[in-house]
Design a protein around this ligand. Structure first.
Ligand code: DGT
Ligand code: CA
Ligand code: CA
Ligand code: ZN
Length: 574
C-alpha cells in the first residue's frame, strides 16, 4: 500500500460524503488529506513510523488515525460503511462532467440508477428528462458528456500531447496579428498525462485568429467558437482550449492558465496574507485599491517578492515557500544531458544495428552513450544468451574503437529474476562498462518479496542502476508493490543510480519519487530506453520529470562529463 493507494481511499471517502450531502467541511478535510498525501515525497508508512504524518499540512489527527487504521488492517471501517450505503457504480456517475453529487444522488434515489450504463439508458429513454427541474436539454448534455468521456478515454500521455501542440502552434505561427503563442495548463507544467490542451496568444485581431484555429485541418469538431476563447476536438480526439489574452496582462493571464489549480490557490492565499489580491488580470493592493498588471511572469512573481517559479514546479508542493526563501532549485535542463545510458539495438528487441544507434546519439551531440540490450531470461525481446553477449562485447568494442567523437560503452539491461538474482553471472557483468538491472516479469509478487528482489540486485557490485524502478505503464499497468523508502535507502547505501525512464508511457521514477531520491542523496540517471533512433528524442520527457522532481544537474549522473562518469563508475561498491 503506497501513498497513491491511501490517497485514493481518502478521496473515495470524500466522494461518498459528497454523495451523502455531508458538510463541506468534512469533505474538504478528506480531499485535502488525499491531496497532501499524493504530494508527499516520503512514503506514508515511514511517515507513520516516524510520527511525521500529523506534521503534514492538511492531515489532522483524526485522518491520521484513519490512515494508520488502513495501513495496519487494510481497511477503513468508516469507508466500508459508506460504501455499503451506495452501490459501487453510483460514485462513478460523478465522473461524468457536469454531474455533481446532488444529481448523482437523485438519479440513484429517484430512478434507481446504479451505474453508468443505466444512467445512459435513463438519459436516452426520457426518464432523466422527466425529473423535476431537469428537462430534455439536461439529458442531452449528460449524453454528450458521456460520449466525450468514452471517446477521449480521459487523459493522454504527454508524449502524445506535446507533438500535437507543436504542430498546432506551428500551423498558427503565421496568422497575421497573432503573437506570443504559448501552451498553458498541465502541458506547460509537463505533467505526465494531459486532460486537455491549453494554448494562449495575443492578437490584434482575435476574430481572425479564432477563425484560423477552427478551420485548421486537424480540427474534427468545434465545441465552441468565441471571440476570446474557442474549444475544438482534434482528429485524434484531444480537446484544445485556445484563448486570446490581453497583451497588457499577458504575464498574469499566462500564469493563471498555467496553473496548477493547487499552485494558484496557494499563491492567492499567500498574496492575501501580504495584503494583495490576485486574479487572472493582475494584482490589487487590498488597502489602497491600486491595481498592477504584468506583461511577463517574472514581474508578476516579483511583485509578490517571489523568484520566478518554473512551470514544472507549480504543483503546490512547497515551491512558494522555496521561492520566498530564494531557495528554488537550479533545475537540470535538456542541455545538461551528455549521454544516454540505456539504448537497445537489433541484437535484442531494438530495430537497428549498433552503428546506427551510435550514429543517432552522435547526431544529438552526445559525449557518450551505452548499448544495453536485454539479457536472455526475459524470454521475449530477443534477449541475449551468454554466448551472444560475449560476441556483442566484441562488436561494440569494435564500433567504439572506430568512433573518435563519441564514447561508446558496452552494457546490459540485465533482468532481475524473481529471487533477485541476475540473469548473467558476475564473470560476464564484470566485463561490462555499465549495468542496468530491471524487473520485467512477476509483477504481482507481494511487496516484501519485490522489495527484497530489487535490493538484492542493487547489492550486486556490478549493478550501476535500476531501470524503470516501479514498472508502471501509464493507463496499462499500475506500479508493482514495492517499498520505495527501502529501495531509496538501499540505493544510497550501495551507491546505485535510479533511472528516470523517458518513455512517455513509463516516466518512472515519477516526480515525487525522484524528489525523495534526491533528498536522500540517491543518484538519478535519465535514460530513453531507445529501441529506435527517434526514441532518443524522448529524453525531454525524462528531463521534465526530473525537473518536476526538483532535480539539479548534480543529482543526475548523465550530466557528468565522460571523465567524471568514469570516476563514478569506479566508485566503491556496497
Ligand atoms: P488538465 O487539463 O486536466 O491536464 O490540467 P490543467 O492544469 O491543464 O487544467 P485545465 O485545463 O482545467 O485549466 C488550465 C489552468 O487554468 C489550470 O491549471 C488552472 C487554471 N484555472 C484557473 N481557474 C480555473 C478554474 O476555475 N477551473 C479550471 N479548471 N482551471 C482554472
Ligand atoms: Ca489543460
Ligand atoms: Ca483547459
Ligand atoms: Zn530497456
Amino acid at each position: 500500500m503506497n501513498n497513491a493507494d491511501v490517497a485514493a481511499a481518502l478521496a473515495e471517502v470524500a466522494e461518498l460524503l459528497e454523495l451523502k450531502n455531508e458538510s463541506g467541511f468534512r469533505i474538504r478535510a478528506y480531499e485535502n488529506a488525499a491531496k497532501a498525501l499524493s504530494n508527499q515525497t516520503e512514503d506514508v508508512r515511514s511517515l507513520v513510523a516516524t510520527g511525521g504524518l500529523v506534521k503534514i499540512k492538511g492531515i489532522g489527527s483524526g485522518i491520521a488515525r484513519t490512515i494508520e487504521e488502513l495501513l495496519s488492517t487494510g481497511h477503513i471501517v468508516y469507508l466500508d460503511q459508506l460504501r455499503s450505503e451506495f452501490p459501487e457504480g453510483v460514485r462513478r456517475l460523478m465522473s461524468v462532467p457536469g454531474v455533481g453529487p446532488s444529481l448523482a444522488r437523485r438519479v440513484y434515489v429517484e430512478l434507481g440508477v446504479t451505474n453508468l450504463d443505466e444512467f445512459r439508458v435513463a438519459a436516452e429513454d426520457g426518464r432523466l428528462a422527466s425529473l423535476p427541474g431537469l428537462g430534455e436539454k439536461s439529458a442531452q448534455n449528460v449524453l454528450r458528456a458521456m460520449e466525450r468521456v468514452n471517446k477521449q478515454e480521459s487523459r493522454v500521455s504527454i508524449g502524445k500531447a506535446v507533438p500535437l501542440v507543436e504542430e498546432l502552434m506551428d500551423a498558427l505561427k503565421d496568422v497575421p496579428g497573432l503573437d506570443n503563442l504559448v501552451p498553458g495548463g498541465s502541458l506547460r507544467r509537463w505533467a505526465p498525462t494531459i486532460g486537455d490542451i491549453d494554448i494562449m496568444g495575443t492578437s490584434t485581431d482575435a476574430t481572425v485568429a479564432m477563425g484560423c484555429l477552427v478551420s485548421l485541418p486537424q480540427v474534427r469538431q468545434v465545441l465552441s467558437h468565441g471571440h476570446t476563447k474557442s474549444t475544438i476536438i482534434t482528429d485524434n480526439g484531444l480537446q484544445v482550449d485556445f484563448r486570446i489574452v490581453e497583451a497588457e496582462a499577458y504575464g498574469s493571464l499566462v500564469q493563471h492558465f498555467t496553473g496548477s489549480r493547487d499552485h494558484n490557490i496557494e499563491l492567492r492565499e499567500f498574496a492575501l496574507s501580504r495584503g494583495q489580491s490576485l486574479n487572472e488580470y493582475g494584482i490589487q493592493d487590498v488597502k489602497s485599491g491600486t491595481r498592477m498588471s504584468f506583461s511577463d511572469e517574472t514581474s508578476f512573481y516579483a511583485a509578490l517578492d517571489l523568484e520566478l517559479i518554473p512551470p514544472e514546479l507549480r504543483e503546490g508542493r512547497g515551491e512558494i515557500s522555496a521561492a520566498r526563501a530564494r531557495r528554488l532549485p537550479n533545475l537540470v535542463t535538456l542541455g545538461d544531458i551528455r549521454g544516454d545510458l540505456h539504448v537497445h539495438t537489433e541484437w535484442s528487441d531494438g530495430t537497428l544495428p549498433i552503428e546506427a544507434m551510435v550514429d543517432a546519439a552522435r547526431q544529438r551531440g552526445y559525449e557518450y552513450m551505452c548499448i544495453t540490450d536485454h539479457s536472455g531470461g526475459i524470454g521475449v525481446a530477443g534477449g541475449l544468451s551468454e554466448e551472444r553477449i560475449l560476441q556483442q562485447i566484441d562488436a561494440v568494442h569494435e564500433v567504439a574503437g572506430a568512433s573518435s567523437d563519441i564514447h561508446v560503452l558496452m552494457g546490459s539491461e540485465v533482468d532481475i529474476r524473481r529471487d533477485g538474482s541476475l540473469d548473467f553471472p558476475d564473470q560476464i557483468l564484470e566485463r561490462l562498462d555499465w549495468v542496468v538491472a530491471s524487473v520485467h516479469s512477476g509483477f504481482n509478487q507481494p511487496e516484501e518479496q519485490m522489495t527484497q528482489r530489487i535490493i538484492r540486485a542493487m547489492e550486486n557490485p556490478h549493478v550501476d542502476a535500476i531501470g524503470h524502478p516501479t514498472g508502471r505503464l501509464i493507463g496499462k499497468r499500475e506500479p508493482y508493490a514495492v517499498d520505495m523508502e527501502a529501495v531509496f535507502a538501499a540505493a544510497a547505501r550501495t551507491r546505485t543510480a535510479l533511472e528516470i525512464n523517458s518513455f512517455p508511457e513509463r516516466l518512472d521514477l515519477v516526480d515525487v519519487h525522484a524528489r525523495r531520491a534526491k533528498d536522500l542523496g540517491v543518484m538519478l540517471v535519465i535514460n530513453t530506453d531507445a529501441h529506435a533512433p527517434i526514441h532518443l528524442d524522448n529524453i525531454r520527457y525524462g528531463v521534465a520529470m526530473a525537473r518536476r522532481g526538483w532535480a539539479e544537474p548534480a543529482n543526475v549522473l548523465n550530466t557528468k562529463t565522460f571523465g567524471d562518469l568514469c570516476d563514478w563508475l569506479k566508485r566503491d561498491g556496497p
